[in-house]
Design a protein around this ligand. Structure first.
Ligand SMILES: N[C@@H](CCC(=O)N[C@@H](CS)C(=O)NCC(=O)O)C(=O)O
Length: 208
């Protein structure tokens, strides 16, 4: 049994999609980040960087295991279940990690900043808006070029790299991106959207 501490954000949904794909039983604990619940001591004991998502694996060898950082959680769950979502073939595994890191170090932080500057009703900062919107568009071009000759990020197979990127692309309206301009990303996005596990995972803990 996995306890999932999450909120309705892209990073949280990576993990709920993964758990749905794996068919693992899990209990959702909502951490309302708008109400600062991420700073409560009980949550900090699991996730000391005060961010969702985090999990507790009650059945880990040696006793309950706490884990934060969505990328680490995806790898942990794939390894725990020996899932093909993290291939064992050396080249495919390397490609999966490469695109997972691309998401963790690029897509997540840059799209997140784009949302911050483009959707902040209190203070308009044109430089911040321009910088992160253009960086977002650049990342879409990188993804679009790659997906022109690859069905998925790691090549022929659907992996945790796709699960990591998907919930961020799902917020395309927030970062003012026309998916019609990126036909390969659009094709990939539509295919993943049709997966029942993706649809279910995206609704955890609520839809927005
Ligand atoms: N690198 C982290 C980022 C997690 C993250 O930024 N979580 C956000 C929500 S998407 C959060 O909990 N923010 C609350 C805060 O910063 O106080 C991961 O991938 O898990």
């Amino acid at each position: 049994m996995i306890d999932l501490y999450t909120w309705g954000t892209p990073n949280g949904r990576k993990v709920s999609i993964m758990l749905e794909e794996l068919g693992i039983e899990y209990t959702v604990h909502e951490i309302h980040i708008g109400k600062d619940e991420q700073h409560e001591p009980a949550f900090l004991a699991i996730s000391p960087n005060n961010k969702i998502p985090a999990i507790v694996d009650q059945d880990a060898p040696g006793g309950p295991l706490n884990l934060f950082e969505s990328g680490a959680i995806l790898v942990y769950l794939a390894e725990k279940t020996a899932s093909p979502l993290l291939p064992t073939d050396v080249r495919k595994r390397a490609a999966t990690f490469q695109w997972l890191m691309f998401q963790m170090g690029g897509v997540g932080p840059m799209f997140g900043q784009a949302h911050h500057f483009l959707r902040n009703p209190k203070e308009v900062v044109p430089y911040g808006q321009k910088r992160y919107h253009s960086e977002t568009q650049r990342l879409y071009s990188v993804m679009d070029d790659h997906l022109e000759t690859n069905a998925y990020f790691a090549g022929d197979d659907y992996t945790i790299a796709d699960i990591a990127v998907y919930p961020w692309v799902a917020r395309y309206e927030w970062h003012q991106t026309d998916l019609g301009e990126f036909e390969n990303v659009n094709r990939w996005f539509k295919e993943l959207s049709a997966r029942p596990a993706v649809e279910k995972g995206m609704a955890v803990p609520f839809l927005n």
